[in-house]
Design a protein around this ligand. Structure first.
Ligand code: NDP
Length: 450
C-alpha cells in the first residue's frame, strides 16, 4: 500500500468518527503524491504521521449562567496542530455543530494555509458548541469570559494567537480579550480581530472577503478575463460573504445571491449591501428580512431546497464564491455551475466543496481557488495585526490593503508555479497543498525528531 493510502487508513483507524477530518486529510495527502514520490525524505522522517496528530488537543468545560440564572454547560476546544514555522494561529468557531472532527479539519487545513501566506504562523483552531443565536449581549459576554477562564492558560503572543471564525466577530473578540487581560494582567497581541482603538488592524474585517476576490482576479487575469460587469453567486451572509460582495461591487461585478442557515436570497438587481449589513451586522436576524425590503428579491427557505442541492449554485453566474460553511457545494451543484457557464470558483469558506465537486472543477479546467489559498487573506491580515502590535505602530487602510493584495498575488503565484513544477499546470489544489506542505515539512526536518 502506498504511503498516502497508509496515512488515510491510519487517520480513519485512529479517529473513526471524525468524517470532516478524514476528508481534509484525504484531500491534502492525495495531492502530495508528486512531491512524496520525488523526495523520500518526507516519508523517511515520518512527516505525514507527525502532521496528522496535533501537537496537543485541549478539550475543556465551559460553565456559564444565562439571563434567567440557569447554569449552562458547553464544550470548549483548542487544537494546537503544528508550530514548526511560527506560533499556533487560527480562529475560534462558536456554533452548535462544533465537535473535535470539525475543529481538527479546520486546524489541519490551517497549517498549510498559514504556511502559504509567507508569514511565520503555525496552525491551530478552536471553538465551542455554544450557539450565539438568540443570546443577549450579556450572555455572550458571560460565555466568552467563561471560555477564556480556561483558554488563557494555553495562549500567548508567541505561543498561540486565536482569532474569529463562524459566530466569533469583533464583539466576541472584545469580551475574550477583556477577560484575558483581567486574568493575566497583560496587554499582549494574544488575539487578532481586535477593535481599532485597542490594537486591531484596519482591513482585518474586510480581509478574507477582499482577499478571496483578489485571488479570483489573479486566476481570471491568467485567462484574459475580469470580474467587471459579471454576475456572481455568493453563499453565506456573514463576515466573509459581506466583504466579498463589497469588493465585487467595487470592481463592477454584480453579486446576486446570499444565504444563511435558514435559506437563500436571489436578487436579480444585485445584492443591496447596505441592507445586508443592516440585517446581519446590526439586527443579526434571518435573511427573510431582506425580501421584505427589496421587491426584486426572492427568498427560498432551506425547507424548500430540492433534495441534495444548494439552489445558490443553480443560478447562472460567471464566478462563484462559497462563503458559508463546509460541504455546502456538492457534485450536482458543481455540475450545474459548470453547465450554466461559471468559469471561476474562489472559496471564501473552509472546505465548502466536497471532494467530488472539486474533481468536477478540476476536470472541467475552470479556475478553481481552494479555500486554503483563496481565503488566506484573513489570517494574513491577522499576521499583519501581530506585526503592528509588536511594533506598536498602526498602519493605514491603504497600506494594509496593498499588503493584503500583494500577499494574495504571491499565494496565487506560489501555488501556480508549484503546480507547474510538478507537471500539474493550472491545478491550484496540488500547487497550494505542495507549496504549503513543503515549507512546514522542511522546517520539521530542520528542527529534528521532536
Ligand atoms: P460568520 O459567522 O460571520 O457567517 C457565517 C455565515 O454562514 C452565516 O451567514 C451563517 O448563517 C452561514 N452558515 C453557518 N453555518 C451554516 C450552515 N451549517 N448551513 C448554512 N449556512 C451556514 O462566519 P464567517 O463569515 O467568518 O465564516 C464563513 C466561512 O469562512 C467559514 O467556513 C469560516 O471558517 C471561513 N473563514 C472565515 C475567515 C474569517 O476571517 N472570518 C477566514 C477564513 C475562512 P446564519 O447567519 O444563519 O448563522
Amino acid at each position: 500500500m502506498s504511503y498516502v493510502n497508509n496515512i488515510i487508513n491510519l487517520v480513519k483507524e485512529k479517529y473513526p468518527e471524525q468524517a470532516e477530518f478524514h476528508q481534509a486529510v484525504k484531500e491534502v495527502v492525495e495531492s502530495l503524491e508528486p512531491i512524496l514520490k520525488k523526495c523520500n525524505k518526507y516519508e523517511n522522517s515520518a512527516i505525514l504521521e507527525r502532521l496528522i496528530i496535533p501537537d496537543r488537543e485541549i478539550h475543556f468545560r465551559v460553565t456559564w449562567e444565562d439571563d434567567n440564572g440557569k447554569i449552562n454547560v458547553n464544550r470548549g476546544y483548542r487544537i494546537e496542530f503544528n508550530s514548526a514555522i511560527g506560533p499556533y494561529k487560527g480562529g475560534l468557531r462558536f456554533h452548535p455543530s462544533v465537535n473535535p472532527s470539525i475543529i481538527k479539519f479546520l486546524g489541519f487545513e490551517q497549517i498549510f494555509k498559514n504556511s502559504l501566506t509567507t508569514l511565520s504562523m503555525g496552525g491551530g483552531k478552536g471553538g465551542s458548541d455554544f450557539d450565539p443565536k438568540g443570546k443577549s449581549n450579556n450572555e455572550i459576554m458571560r460565555f466568552c469570559q467563561a471560555f477564556m477562564n480556561e483558554l488563557f492558560r494555553h495562549i500567548g503572543a508567541h505561543t498561540d494567537v486565536p482569532a474569529g471564525d463562524i459566530g466569533v466577530g469583533g464583539r466576541e473578540i472584545g469580551y475574550l480579550f477583556g477577560q484575558y487581560r483581567k486574568l493575566t494582567n497583560r496587554f499582549d497581541g494574544v488575539l487578532t480581530g481586535k477593535a481599532l482603538n485597542w490594537g486591531g488592524s484596519l482591513v482585518r474585517k474586510e480581509a478574507t472577503g477582499y482577499g478571496c476576490v483578489y485571488f479570483a482576479q489573479e486566476m481570471l487575469r491568467q485567462r484574459g478575463e475580469s470580474l467587471d460587469g459579471k454576475i456572481c453567486s455568493v453563499s453565506g451572509s456573514g463576515n466573509v460573504a459581506i466583504y466579498t460582495i463589497e469588493k465585487l461591487q467595487q470592481l463592477g461585478a454584480k453579486p446576486v445571491t446570499i444565504s444563511d442557515s435558514k435559506g437563500m436570497v436571489y436578487d436579480k438587481d444585485g445584492i443591496d449591501l447596505e441592507l445586508l449589513k443592516e440585517i446581519k451586522e446590526v439586527k443579526r436576524v434571518s435573511l427573510e428580512e431582506y425580501v421584505k425590503n427589496k421587491s426584486s428579491a426572492q427568498y427560498t427557505s432551506i425547507k424548500d431546497y430540492p433534495k441534495g442541492k444548494n439552489p445558490v449554485w443553480h443560478i447562472p453566474c460567471f464566478a462563484a464564491f462559497p462563503s458559508a460553511t463546509q460541504n455546502e457545494l456538492n457534485a450536482d451543484d458543481a455540475e450545474a455551475l459548470i453547465k450554466n457557464g461559471c468559469i471561476c470558483v474562489s472559496e471564501g469558506a473552509n472546505m465548502p466543496s466536497t471532494i467530488e465537486a472539486v474533481h468536477k472543477f478540476i476536470s472541467a479546467k475552470i479556475c478553481y481557488g481552494p479555500g486554503k489559498a483563496a481565503n488566506a487573506g484573513g489570517v494574513a491580515v491577522s499576521g499583519l495585526e501581530m506585526a503592528q502590535n509588536a511594533s506598536m505602530t498602526p498602519w493605514t487602510f491603504e497600506y494594509t490593503d496593498k499588503r493584503l493584495h500583494q500577499i494574495m498575488e504571491d499565494i496565487f503565484n506560489n501555488a501556480s508555479q508549484t503546480a507547474k513544477e510538478f507537471g500539474e499546470e493550472g491545478n491550484l489544489v496540488i500547487g497550494a497543498n505542495i507549496a504549503g506542505f513543503r515549507k512546514v515539512a522542511d522546517a520539521m526536518i530542520d528542527q529534528g525528531v521532536i
